[in-house]
Design a protein around this ligand. Structure first.
Ligand SMILES: Cc1ncc(COP(=O)(O)O)c(C=O)c1O
Length: 318
């Protein structure tokens, strides 16, 4: 397998410098999961949750190239989008605080009277919070709306919700370079929200011509709409046959939990010795368990589940 990246080396170099400045712990550990937790002999977890206590998991992966480009082009004011418990806004606010970048957050809903712990952190790090109605928030990808708010708040850069954009997926693709050094698995499993992380993993694997299979676990009740998103983010994915999305493990929808999921999460995170956030990782680990039990994953394959972080979101359930 050879590296064949299309990514700009100057930007990657700045991303590496930012990683040092922020004390990102790369590569993230690749740990074996004991057979007593899930009955599979060759099961691994890539602990992206340990990349950083705040910019954890896929947040660092997705933001690194966008941040590098902002620094490279000497831009100073970023505007982005998210909900009141957004892992993305939380990580971005911390990074902007450390890198002296001004941040404006467009937040869905109004938490003025009872700010979430996420919003309190963002404010503490100097981020400006603008609450908008759900109907205004729905315009977040509309070109005319984006132009108006960029002008209104004098922002130089707009980052989409979740940091999901072309630079975001290129950042995620760098995770595959680490896998190559740590032992490329036969199967990678990960949670899917906006689908940027999945698109980046598919891209990273394709760039090195590996035949690793990728299984996304949708955490929302989105039917098959992720396939469309993936082909917009990474058009080549449409012709690749090594990936798919499980759509039956959303447990009622985004941020919803079934009783079975709650019980599973408590038991399994105790056995694993690390937390599983209820919105993303609880659902992907649950799906992994079910897929092993139903015999859909071969005993001969090495399987790696990505722990994508997001532990600050656990505060939503308290
Ligand atoms: C902790 C965590 N894991 C997984 C995901 C899903 O990633 P994506 O939105 O790129 O599908 C998110 C959302 O970005 C997240 O915050």
């Amino acid at each position: 397998m050879t590296k064949n990246h299309s990514r700009d080396p100057a930007v990657i170099e700045i991303a590496t410098e930012i990683a040092h400045a922020l004390d990102i712990q790369q590569p993230s550990p690749f740990e074996k999961i004991d057979h007593s937790v899930f009955s599979h002999e060759n099961l691994w977890v890539k602990r992206d949750d340990l990349l950083h206590p705040i910019i954890s998991g896929n947040k660092w992966r997705k933001l690194q190239i966008s941040l590098a480009r902002i620094i490279k082009s000497k831009q100073t004011h970023v505007l982005s989008f998210g909900g009141g418990y957004s892992n993305h806004l939380h990580a971005l606010a911390y990074a902007c605080h450390k890198l002296n970048i001004t941040l404006t957050c467009i937040v869905r809903g109004n938490y003025e009277k009872s700010p979430t712990p996420t919003i309190l952190d963002i404010r503490r790090w100097g981020g400006e919070i603008i609450y908008v109605t759900k109907s205004e928030y729905r315009q977040r990808n509309d070109a005319g709306y984006l132009k108006r708010i960029a002008d209104h708040y004098a922002a130089d850069v707009l980052l989409p919700e979740g940091g999901t954009c072309s630079d975001g997926i290129d950042g995620v693709a760098t995770l595959i370079d680490e896998c190559v050094l740590q032992g490329m698995p036969d199967v990678i499993i990960l949670p899917v929200g906006s689908a940027g992380t999945l698109a980046g993993i598919i891209k990273g694997i394709n760039e090195i011509n590996a035949n690793t299979k990728v299984i996304g676990v949708s955490v929302l009740n989105a039917g098959n709409s992720h396939y469309q998103t993936i082909s917009e983010l990474y058009p080549k994915a449409e012709i690749l046959k090594n990936w798919g999305i499980l759509t039956a493990y959303h447990h009622g929808g985004y941020a919803k939990q079934s009783q079975a999921l709650i019980e599973f999460t408590d038991t399994v995170s105790n056995k694993l010795g690390f937390s599983l956030d209820p919105v993303y990782n609880a659902k992907s680990f649950y799906a992994l368990d079910q897929q092993i039990k139903s015999g859909n994953l071969s005993d001969n394959d090495s399987i790696c589940i990505l722990q994508t972080g997001g532990n600050q979101g656990i505060r939503a359930k308290k």
